[in-house]
Every structure is written in structure tokens, then in C-alpha cells.
Ligand binder design. Structure first.
Ligand SMILES: [Zn+2]
Length: 436
């Protein structure tokens, strides 16, 4: 046993490592939980292609694949080669890039699709078929015996070619539990690499996810992959809960793009998992690269990164209220669960508004190296609050006030300088006066 430096003992490396002590983790470790031992199947180049605005040509797919590989995602999932001639070609191109991530393609449970996919050079196949009564009745019209027999045939064939193979049902949460467990059991028995659960319609909640994954965990010995749509806002929570219950792989896409409003977003999942086991996440993934791939994808599909996006939203690390700003400046952990620097981002304390506080203003004084006292900072802060009741000030406005105050102090005219400025627009006159 060696001490890892975080106060916990770590066992020999053959065992999955235990999570570091964190107030956000269960008090007693659960041996079935994979919160500290999960893999990401990044599906921007498959699920993401189903986003309304998405069209990735080969060069763009290669750019996205490389950017995702730089983060360190475990797998890239690509559109089925059966979809189109170009999709087949893209599988070939990306498989030959020599990326660290394994390349998968997502195919229907069909021999023709499987054969074509195997020829494309990918490392593995994600096979899918619908098992819900809705899909059986209104989509493919097949019964469970037929589906099971077909799955066994296709999986056996893929395995015989030496590729990894996942078998997933579609719309799993609206499928009959007995049907689901019996087909998963059957494919586990013949050595499938992973079984997959898909919340294709985004209807599941974390409690249902926990129960289904836990039940499945006791029925199969293979890995368990989960795919969550975000129609009702549970995609990240469901992914996290699935890992707690024993799932091993989570599907994501950049910015969550996909069919309808998409799936678990890569950045959001990483933020969640960082909070649970920072050491595992930071050792495995390069979090500073999330912004790059989000920008590439956002540009390509012609959307902007949402203002409230996990990690990269423009206000994700902006602190505004005076009380928060003071505490943040003393110790960022007071109001920050994610350290912006771990994600290649910066913290920003907003000060030009009426909720501001003198500690934050004093901090700006120090950044500008103006050497004003606490009393001075309080004095200017009162003025900022007064002006910001009219409209918020820019950081430039605040800086101008502080510099003017500092300059006038030598002649003892600092009080007058502030008194002369009755409205926010008058701050510009100080600048004009300086320029003369
Ligand atoms: Zn999907």
C-alpha cells in the first residue's frame, strides 16, 4: 500500500483505483461504481451528424476527429458506411489517421451493413436494433425471437473478424424489461464486447437509469454503454447515474449536438466527472482542449456556444455579486467548483455594476498598480454604484475612474473628480480631457 498524497491508501495497480476523497462522492465507495473508471464514446461524427444544421465534409470530419483525439476521448463513433458512399470513404480516411482513439461505426443489426463496416477499416462496430413495442410495431415490425436470432448471427460474424462489437437496443427505457434482459443475456453469453442502453427519446430520469443499469449489471458480465438524449434536460445526470450504477462507457457529442436537441455534451460530462474525481479526469483527458473542439464544431454547424454552456459559456467563470467577489478573491473555492485554469479558462470578476463591492474594486486597483488605500477604494466604489444605477459600466469606465482618482489625489482633488461625474456618459469626458 502506498500513500497517494491525498490521504487515501491506494492498492496495487491491478485493481481499479479508488476515487479520491471528495465531499461530492458517496461516503462509502461502491465497488460497482465506475465514476473513477469510465470511457467516453464520442459520437459527434455520428449522432452529431443527425443535428439539424450538421454537414461535415471529409476535411471537417478529420479536423474534428483530431481535435477530439487531442482531448483523449477513448473512442470516436462514425456514421455507418451503409449511409452513403462518402460515409464509407470517411470511415476509411479516419481509420487510417493513426489516432489514439479507437474508431467505431454505428450500424443496423444487419449482415450487409456489418460486412461493409468491417471492410472500412474501423476497430469496432456498434450494432443497434429497436426493441420497444413502438419500434417493433411501427418501425421494423420484427418480434423478439427474430431480433435475438439476428443479433447473435451478426455479433458472431463481427467477432469472427476480430473486431470489437457492441450490441444496443434502441428506445431501451420503453422496452419490456424481460425482453431487454433476455436479449442482453443472450449476446453476453456469445461474448459481445459491450451491451448498450439507449434513451433514444430522452424520457428517462436518473432513478430509472440507476435501476435499469444496476439490474443489467447483475445479468451480464460484459461492459455497459449508455446513450442519453436530452429532451427533458437529464442527459448529463443520467450519464453520471449510469456510471454510479455500473455502466462503463458514455456516449457524448460536442456541445451535445444530435438528433432533435441532442445528447450528453462532452464538456458538460467532463465538468460533472471532474467534480466527482478530478484526479482521474485530469490524468486521462486534456481539459484545456475542450474549447478548441467546441469552437470548431460551433462554427461548422453555424451555432454560437450558448452563454450558459458548461466551462466555455461566456459567463461560466464570471463572478458578479460583491459578497461573492470578495470571497472569490480570498479563496476561489468559496464559489467555484471548477477551477477555470484546469480548463484553460480565466476567472473574471465583474465590477462595473451596482452589486459590486469595494474588495473587488481594490483588487482592480492592485492589478492596475495604482497604490490607493482601502478608503480610496470604498470611495470610488460608492461612485461606481451610483453611476451603475443608471447603467452598468464597462471595465474601461471603471479603470478610467480609478486612474483619474489616482492622478487627482496628488493635488488632493480626488473628491472633486468624482463629484464632477454625475452620469456614466460623463466618464468619457475624463478621457477626452486626458487626451488634450
Ligand atoms: Zn441518439
Amino acid at each position: 500500500m502506498s500513500n497517494t498524497g491525498n490521504g487515501l491508501k491506494s492498492n496495487d495497480s491491478s485493481r481499479p483505483r479508488e476515487p479520491i476523497a471528495s465531499p461530492y462522492m458517496p461516503k462509502y465507495p461502491d465497488p460497482m461504481s465506475n465514476i473513477s473508471n469510465f470511457k467516453i464514446i464520442e459520437s459527434t461524427l455520428r449522432e452529431g451528424e443527425q443535428f439539424a444544421n450538421a454537414f461535415f465534409d471529409t476535411a471537417k470530419k478529420v479536423e474534428i476527429a483530431k481535435a477530439l483525439d487531442a482531448i483523449g476521448v477513448d473512442y470516436l463513433e462514425l456514421t455507418s458506411p451503409a449511409a452513403s458512399e462518402q460515409s464509407l470513404n470517411d470511415c476509411r480516411v479516419i481509420s487510417s489517421l493513426g489516432l489514439k482513439a479507437k474508431i467505431l461505426t454505428h450500424v443496423r443489426c444487419h449482415m450487409d451493413d456489418a460486412k461493409l463496416a468491417i471492410e472500412s477499416g474501423v476497430d469496432g462496430l456498434d450494432v443497434v436494433i429497436g426493441t420497444s413495442s413502438f419500434l417493433r410495431e411501427f418501425s421494423h415490425g420484427k418480434d423478439m425471437d427474430y431480433i435475438t436470432q439476428k443479433a447473435i448471427e451478426v455479433i458472431t460474424y463481427i467477432k469472427s473478424k476480430g473486431l470489437e462489437v457492441r450490441f444496443s437496443t434502441e428506445d431501451s427505457f420503453r422496452s419490456d424489461l424481460v425482453d431487454l434482459l433476455s436479449i442482453y443475456k443472450a449476446v453476453d453469453k456469445i461474448g459481445v464486447t459491450r451491451v448498450g442502453i439507449a434513451d433514444t427519446v430522452g424520457c428517462a430520469n436518473p432513478r430509472q437509469v440507476y435501476e435499469l443499469v444496476r439490474t443489467l449489471r447483475s445479468v451480464v458480465s460484459c461492459d455497459i454503454e449508455c446513450h442519453f438524449h436530452n429532451d427533458t434536460g437529464c442527459a448529463i445526470a443520467n450519464a453520471y447515474t449510469a456510471l454510479e450504477a455500473g455502466a462503463t462507457h458514455i456516449d457524448t457529442s460536442v456541445l451535445g449536438i444530435g438528433e432533435r436537441n441532442g445528447i450528453t455534451p462532452l464538456g458538460g460530462l467532463l465538468a460533472r466527472m471532474y467534480t466527482a474525481d478530478k484526479e482521474f479526469v485530469m490524468n486521462k483527458y486534456d481539459l484545456t482542449k475542450i474549447r478548441d473542439v467546441e469552437n470548431i464544431v460551433a462554427d461548422s454547424v453555424e451555432v454560437t456556444v450558448p452563454f450558459n454552456n458548461y466551462i466555455t459559456g461566456y459567463c461560466a467563470f464570471t463572478h458578479k455579486a460583491g459578497i461573492h467577489a470578495k470571497a472569490i478573491l480570498n479563496n476561489p473555492s468559496t464559489y467555484e467548483i471548477l477551477n477555470p485554469h484546469d480548463f484553460g479558462m480565466n476567472r473574471y470578476v465583474s465590477i462595473g455594476h451596482r452589486l459590486t463591492g469595494w474588495n473587488a474594486v481594490k483588487n482592480r486597483v492592485e492589478q492596475l498598480n495604482l497604490g490607493l488605500t482601502d478608503e480610496d477604494a470604498k470611495h470610488v466604489t460608492q461612485k461606481i454604484k451610483e453611476l451603475a444605477d443608471v447603467r452598468p459600466l464597462s471595465l474601461d469606465d471603471v479603470d478610467t475612474l480609478l486612474r483619474a482618482y489616482h492622478q487627482a489625489k496628488d493635488q488632493g482633488l480626488h473628491g472633486e473628480v468624482l463629484n464632477k461625474i454625475a452620469t456614466p456618459d460623463m466618464i468619457a469626458t475624463i478621457n477626452a480631457a486626458h487626451e488634450k
